[in-house]
Design a protein around this ligand. Sequence first.
Ligand SMILES: Cc1ncc(COP(=O)(O)O)c(C=O)c1O
Length: 380
Amino acid sequence: MNPNDLSLSQIQDLVRAHGTPLYIVSRQQIVENFERLNNGLPAAKIFYATKANPHAGILETLKAAGAGFDVASKGEIQAAINAGANPQRDLIFADTVKDPRHIAYATSVGLDDFTFDNPSEITQIARHAPGTKVHLRLAVSNHGSVAHLSEKFGATPDQAVALLKAAREAGLVPAGISFHVGSQCLDNRRWVEALETTREVFDASHAAGMELETVDIGGGFPVRYGNEAIDIDATCKVITSHFHRLFGTDTRLVAEPGRAIVGDAMILVTKVISESLRQGQNWLYFDDGTYGSFLEVLLYQAQYPLRSNTSGPPTPYVLAGPTCDSIDVFSRDAKGNIAPVTLPEMHLDDLLIAGSMGAYTFSEATRFNGFEPPKFVYID
Ligand SMILES: Cc1ncc(COP(=O)(O)O)c(C=O)c1O
């Protein structure tokens, strides 16, 4: 059952048993989301992007379903190993900015697949993972996606062959190309364009005497937060048909989805712990906020579906978290300015239920002011 479909009385029972703030997670929904991508991209091996949500129960569920893991640090490697992952078979180190100590740790446990996008990463990988496989990350258009990832990461296509050659000269094995179209990508054309650019780099590499074998299409598959038009099956069909058109059947395909696997499999329940009237506006303060689960409201103007356990008249509220910082307000408009949202009248001890809270919530939560992240409860 999707936790978004739990009744208020079921949610209140869970809150009575476990307290707030509380994440309620469905393993079944995680497996369904994984299988939709796994079946939709039959040529691909799926490496779940651990950064989206590294909670042990989620990683264990995905390991049992057959996923590998995209990891970015020693901590994520350990979390994946604790969930049963085999480092050599199940893990890829897909972050292009790696702490060299974490590269050394990865090597010590057998992980042998790293992504890079600049000469200094070649130096670091060659020092701490000599002879390993490497993938070159390309910067591709992220136009229209919510979180842009090609500003900070990725080489340009014209740098690609020189970087792959430099990797080979450093004793590494250039194995393929990766890219990321940006998180919450709502336009399938981004994958098509990126695959076409990747084909050009494959051809230029071949001309330079290097046979690449893997295309890693990263993540970016979207989650429904409001009324976005999302059809994951259709996105997978587009990717699959263009992948086969451009690469035939001999090239290995890899994907690193995060958001689309966990996003709608978890809800958050947070409680009103204080309320006030400020300059004519009603403010509600909760036991979770921007420094906890709602950072993406500030970073990317995320709009999570919200409901309450109350039934009073519709009332506009500014929603704020518990910390000592005034930026800790999680009702914001599309420009990021503080804005009220309308909810049934709420007061002390009432509950706010935020849907589609699985991705980049728990993993981005801080401990500012001594607040712990919410507890997890699995409903299946
Ligand atoms: C290298 C890499 N792979 C995969 C992902 C997962 O992306 P998404 O959650 O949009 O699927 C990210 C997200 O930041 C990333 O940086």
